[in-house]
Design a protein around this ligand. Structure first.
Ligand SMILES: Nc1ncnc2c1ncn2[C@@H]1O[C@H](COP(=O)(O)OP(=O)(O)OP(=O)(O)O)[C@@H](O)[C@H]1O
Ligand SMILES: [Mg+2]
Length: 263
């Protein structure tokens, strides 16, 4: 059974896509069969894996329209153990059609269930909003990972997003967990980064990942090369941080599996 993680936050530019791409690649490097689903019409995760969304006939659009079996939207990447359902909802029409179709919030969840046996992890990248696409991701997910840029702390924004998670729990997905808050673009030299970290750990305690993602040129440059950062510069601090995050997740997943086999 695939463990499904939605990377989400209504705030733009906090590192959602960078996290979705590099976490997926790090899970794949650990030989965990992984699927990345790019739910953002901007298609940045697809581009980061060298997929040009305008040339794609099968992708996320077909998943929501349910006009093909979901496996037909899956593309293999150059990274072993990593596949992607790219975003091909670049036209306004496509986006409007999806908006109408996804009034049924469980469409994506049901499609991904059909792929459950093929992957150990499914990671979803979502757009910077609380729109139908983000809600669809939360409905399909086992848990949500919330990146937090270590340069700005907005208590209200978190509370608003957590309310959305609670609404999804109450309505369609009672088992949705918060996987954790992930500090991103952390610059150890600034007081602000430390202040944001302190405020976040004070408020959310163990829900904040031990791993912190540093500000790293390698992470910013990799998308232009169409490869995840570990395959451009595996020794960079950014790439190593995402490997550490993947290990944190794999260890948790092993614990959950042990627990399930006992009960
Ligand atoms: N740790 C990092 N170090 C340096 N640059 C980073 C890091 N994380 C992200 N970036 C850069 O910051 C910008 C925003 O990151 P990203 O696209 O991952 O955020 P996002 O939350 O997905 O944005 P959007 O809300 O627009 O989808 C990008 O240019 C990205 O390359
Ligand atoms: Mg993004």
């Amino acid at each position: 059974m695939a463990y499904k993680i939605a990377v989400a936050s209504q705030k733009g530019g906090v590192g959602k896509t960078t996290t979705a791409v590099n976490l997926s690649a790090s899970l794949a490097l650990a030989e965990k069969e992984t699927l990345l689903v790019d739910l953002d019409p901007q298609g940045c995760a697809s581009v980061a894996l060298d997929f040009n969304q305008e040339l794609l006939y099968r992708g996320v659009y077909e998943i929501f329209m349910r006009n093909f079996p979901p496996a037909g939207s899956v593309h293999r990447t150059e990274v072993p153990y990593l596949s992607v359902i790219p975003s091909n909802i670049w036209s306004n029409n496509a986006e409007e059609e999806i908006a109408r179709a996804s009034i049924n919030r469980t469409l994506l969840a049901r499609s991904l269930e059909e792929l459950d046996d093929d992957y150990l992890f499914i990671v979803m990248d979502s757009p910077p909003s609380m729109s139908h696409l983000t809600v669809s991701a939360l409905v399909a997910a086992d848990s949500v990972l919330i990146p937090v840029q270590a340069e700005f702390y907005s208590y209200n924004a978190f509370e608003q997003f957590i309310r959305l998670v609670k609404t999804v729990r109450l309505s369609v997905n009672p088992d949705l967990e918060i996987e954790g808050f992930l500090l991103t673009m952390y610059d150890d030299r600034t007081n602000l980064a430390h202040e944001v970290e302190e405020a976040l750990r004070r408020r959310f305690g163990k829900l904040v990942f031990k791993t912190v993602i540093p500000r790293s040129v390698a992470l910013a440059e990799a998308p232009a090369r169409g490869k995840p950062a570990i395959f451009v510069n595996g020794r960079s601090t950014g790439a190593r941080a995402y490997l550490q995050l993947a290990n944190e997740l794999i260890r948790r997943q092993d614990k959950r599996a042990k627990y399930r086999s006992r009960v």
